[in-house]
Write a protein that binds this ligand. Structure first.
Ligand SMILES: CC(C)(COP(=O)(O)OP(=O)(O)OC[C@H]1O[C@@H](n2cnc3c(N)ncnc32)[C@H](O)[C@@H]1OP(=O)(O)O)[C@@H](O)C(=O)NCCC(=O)NCCS
Length: 151
């Protein structure tokens, strides 16, 4: 089941994200970041009320939102949860009247299947790079910007 995240999900969300981060699949998140951004998060919950995946839609600007913090616990991958989470964020962005969504990802192939296109970094607004300067990988990071126009 897909639903908005609740406060009681935060520690599980952090566990999933930070274990992916340990495998260099994404960047880690602090509890502080997750509490502050909780209202942007969707989670997938399976039988037994276990949270096994998450994704965040973060509004960046008038015509742009970012899909962030996409993670599915390893033993639940390949079941369509990742795609469902991205589609839910896309739907929410459309409902908000946003025209484009983007992601910075190590998995451009996954996003290409969902209609995203790889774009040069410099077409995204400066604002989004502010987070990067505090990252341990800066400036040698392999994240690829991908973008999708919403119709
Ligand atoms: C990327 C991720 C969220 C995909 O979740 P998932 O639930 O396994 O994805 P789905 O089951 O919905 O997969 C759908 C499709 O994407 C493909 N796919 C899944 N993981 C992929 C990957 N790492 N690279 C390329 N394609 C991938 C699947 O093969 C499937 O394609 P198909 O339907 O043509 O067979 C998951 O692998 C993950 O959590 N990875 C670690 C964190 C990460 O990389 N996050 C994204 C960075 S922004």
């Amino acid at each position: 089941m897909m639903r908005k995240a609740k406060i009681s999900d935060v520690k599980e969300i952090q566990k999933i994200i930070n274990s992916c981060a340990k495998n260099n699949e994404m960047l880690p998140r602090s509890l502080n970041q997750l509490y502050e951004q909780l209202q942007n998060f969707y989670v997938v919950e399976v039988k037994g009320k276990k949270v096994v995946g998450c994704c965040e839609l973060f509004v960046t600007w008038e015509d742009l939102a970012e899909i962030k913090a996409l993670a599915v616990a390893p033993s639940y991958r390949g079941k369509g949860y990742g795609v469902a989470l991205v589609k839910k964020c896309i739907l929410t962005a459309k409902q908000l009247g946003i025209r484009r969504v983007f992601a910075l990802t190590f998995k451009p192939v996954f996003f290409k299947k969902l209609g995203f296109k790889v774009v040069p970094k410099d077409i995204l607004p400066h604002k989004i790079w502010v987070e990067c300067i505090n990252c341990p990988l800066f400036p040698d990071c392999n994240e690829v910007p991908v973008i999708k126009k919403l119709t």
